[in-house]
Design a protein around this ligand. Sequence first.
Ligand SMILES: NC(=O)c1ccc[n+]([C@@H]2O[C@H](COP(=O)([O-])OP(=O)(O)OC[C@H]3O[C@@H](n4cnc5c(N)ncnc54)[C@H](OP(=O)(O)O)[C@@H]3O)[C@@H](O)[C@H]2O)c1
Length: 258
Amino acid sequence: MTKIAVAGGTGMVGARLVGALEARGHDVVTLSRAAGVDLVSGAGLAPAIAGVDVIVDVTSTVSTKAHDCAEFFGAVARNLQREGAAAGVQSIVTLSIVGIDHLTGGGVYGHYVGKLMQEKETKAGSVPAVILRATQFHEFAGQLIDWTAKGPFMPCPRQPSQTVALDTVVEHLVRLGELRTSAGTVTFNLAGPQKALMADLVRATARTRGRKLVVIPVWLPGETPRRVRQGALQAPTDATIDGPTFDEWLERESALPE
Ligand SMILES: NC(=O)c1ccc[n+]([C@@H]2O[C@H](COP(=O)([O-])OP(=O)(O)OC[C@H]3O[C@@H](n4cnc5c(N)ncnc54)[C@H](OP(=O)(O)O)[C@@H]3O)[C@@H](O)[C@H]2O)c1
């Protein structure tokens, strides 16, 4: 049994990760404001991670502005490293995103600027770090609908994708958390098996939900959207390919009871 702290353990990824770790018999601590820990200010962090072996960072912020995201992810990563080192934590596993070092222009991709800052600050600390860069999740198409589709029409940037199931990402986070130690910083890339345009995944998700939605592909100006169109969010050559295809996953999800 390992004592593992999940930073962001109440979120979409975090809640599933906490469940998976507990199912494997680990002693799990949740770090989030709802659990009395503010990872930006650091309030409540030191006592919460006493005796913790490994921290997995799956935090996120609602802001999409590059500056806000960089401040948030940078502060969280610095605090986890500093307090983690003081508490004798053996490794920090951070969930990041494939291709973000090519996507530094901000705009609608401001989140990626924050994630790059998170990686930088995580690597800068003394606790050995394992970075898992995943592609967008299969679930992301549905999130996009929830966030942006206000009526019958929905704009969607032209975005070649290679999405991966959230459950598959969680399995890899569990495996990396159980490693406990690493020699230094290591980065792994993880992707699903199927290349597709995000607009098509959004259409398929909307159909499954019984929602009539006209998805309008949009060409955004600038270097970052150009790199996205060239496939920066798809699996790099060294990526581990794992989990169900989007179609297999969607079929399985739609068969589940509401
Ligand atoms: N969606 C994708 O396709 C995808 C792909 C690859 C990687 N990722 C990464 O997955 C990560 C997790 O995403 P998610 O959707 O699970 O996020 P989420 O549902 O928004 O959850 C965010 C978590 O962060 C916590 N949090 C926020 N501010 C905090 C603060 N000041 N102090 C302590 N905790 C704080 C929240 O808890 P409280 O509100 O209780 O504080 C919550 O537990 C993100 O970093 C994202 O980049 C996502």
